[in-house]
Design a protein around this ligand. Structure first.
Ligand code: SAH
Ligand code: SF4
Ligand code: F3S
Length: 443
């Protein structure tokens, strides 16, 4: 029996693609190896969103090279966004790689493995959603559903449009059927994935068309699904119907990840985000109006070319005003073949670092203040397993997407995948702590 080892870098799309890769390999008779040393097939699912992602991966690839030299029978494969952005250059730079493929070409890996080909192969076409593959889920009770692939936006800093191609939505009937299968298989929480979920469906034609809000309602109606999440919406396309859905649909969680990127309208324009600070804050106001308690999280980039101290202060001001429950903060990283990499006004590392420190301070302080609203409340927690820090406690997530570490009566501890009612006793910027009251009823 052949064994594979797969390392995943990057976002949830890649994690989901890896589940599909694993399912496909297992259907070919491969089993997962505990480490690269034991593997006949060494695979990487790569990311290229920032330079640090490239570097991390290339360091791992060194080990694959060593193992391949020890045993030339081993197959080394590189999939994902880095691979797509390098195309045939993968083989020039790393001649020991046997197969390279982009995110849309996962099934081609099976084709390669089952053919007798001894020459290295690259597969980099864009073909929309890459077909139905069995998936091997990391968690039994949580599932991802890819609602669209690709991205039609042209954010000046971003490599994704060139690694994932044009946006293609999957038909709603197909998606609902997939969610039904997941629910029948024990999944209680689904996360709908797309680079811009709000533009979902715009490319669909004919009878089977649905908007994102309509899709949410159909997924909400699937029996057994207690929680729905999605990522990411784009502020330019976030409409009232989707915001209202958060108030109206029982399973749709009280959490919206609304990427800001910058609080300066000037920088947003240079980024080609096609909204300005005012429009963004309007979306926030709309969310707060319909779902006052909604958790808001975001992505922010500091040090975009030409960002002045005043621009950066605009970003800080939005952070202060919105009070995010958490934020992913990134230092701008020039990416190959993107517009922003060529712009004048690239900032020094020292300036980016200094702004990043101030941003993180503001984000954490506001997140910690915001989190205090949960203290004293009893909240529904989807149990994920034992707490990593303290195995006597359990860990789970609230509908607001906050991690909770909590104690439960010995003998009455809820199992992973169950919903528990937990009384929150304290809160930091990142986690909540509490005590389990009882099991919550399924919705
Ligand atoms: N499609 C999603 C995000 C995909 S990338 C969206 O638009 O929200 C995730 C995040 O990485 C982005 O939101 C952005 O904040 C960050 N990012 C992307 N390219 C970057 C770059 N070149 N440098 C720094 N951060 C970047
Ligand atoms: Fe990148 Fe912008 Fe598309 Fe997100 S919306 S994937 S940031 S181009
Ligand atoms: Fe995701 Fe990285 Fe590609 S963030 S879409 S795996 S470049």
């Amino acid at each position: 029996m052949k064994r594979y080892h797969l390392t995943t870098f990057g976002c949830q799309m890649n994690e989901h693609d890896s589940e599909r890769m694993k399912g496909m390999l297992e259907s070919l008779g491969y089993r997962e190896a505990p480490g690269r040393e034991e593997a006949d097939l060494i695979l990487f699912n790569t990311c290229s969103i920032r330079e640090s992602a490239d570097n991390r991966f290339v360091a791992h690839l060194g080990e694959a090279k060593r193992l391949k030299t020890e045993n030339p029978e081993r197959v080394v494969g590189v999939g994902g966004c880095w691979s797509q952005s390098m195309k045939e250059r993968v083989f020039e730079r790393f001649p020991f790689v046997d197969v390279a493929f982009g995110p849309g070409q996962i099934p081609k890996l099976a084709e390669f493995l089952t053919s007798d080909s001894l020459t290295a192969q690259g597969y980099f076409e864009f073909e929309g959603f890459s077909g139905h593959l069995p998936m091997k889920r990391t968690r039994e009770f949580q599932g991802w559903v890819q609602i669209s692939v690709g991205c039609n936006c042209r954010c000046a800093y971003c490599i994704v449009p060139s690694t994932r191609g044009r946006e293609v939505s999957r038909p709603p009937d197909e998606l609902v059927a997939e969610v039904e299968r997941l629910a029948a298989d024990g999944v209680r929480e689904v996360t709908l994935l797309g680079q811009n979920v709000n533009s979902y469906g715009r490319d669909l034609r004919g009878e089977g068309r649905a908007s994102f809000a309509e899709l949410l309602a159909r997924v909400d109606a699937v029996e057994g699904i207690d929680r729905i999440r999605y990522t990411s919406p784009h502020p330019k396309d976030m409409r009232e119907d989707v915001v209202r859905a958060h108030a109206e649909l029982g399973a749709l969680c009280e959490h919206i990840h609304l990427p800001l990127q910058s609080g300066s309208s000037r920088i947003l324009k240079a980024m080609r985000r096609t909204y300005d600070r005012g429009r963004y804050l309007d979306r926030v106001a709309l969310i707060r109006e319909h779902v006052p308690d909604c958790a808001l999280t975001t992505d922010i980039i500091v040090g975009f070319p030409g960002e002045t101290e005043a621009d950066f202060e605009d970003t800080l001001a939005v952070v202060e005003e919105v009070g995010y429950d958490s934020a992913f903060t990134f230092v701008f990283s020039p990416r190959r073949e993107t517009e922003a990499a060529e712009l004048k006004g690239q900032l020094s590392h020292a300036v980016k670092r200094e702004r990043m420190d101030r941003l993180v301070e503001a984000v954490q302080r506001r997140a910690s203040e915001r989190a205090q609203r949960f203290v004293g409340r009893t909240m529904e927690v989807l149990v994920e397993g034992p707490s990593r820090k303290d195995p006597d406690r359990l860990r789970g997530r609230t509908r607001h997407n906050k991690t909770v570490h909590f104690a439960a009566e010995p003998g009455a501890a809820p199992a992973p995948g169950e919903l528990a009612e937990v009384e929150i006793v304290s809160a930091t910027s990142t986690t909540l702590a509490g005590e389990a009251k009882m099991l919550a009823a399924a919705r």
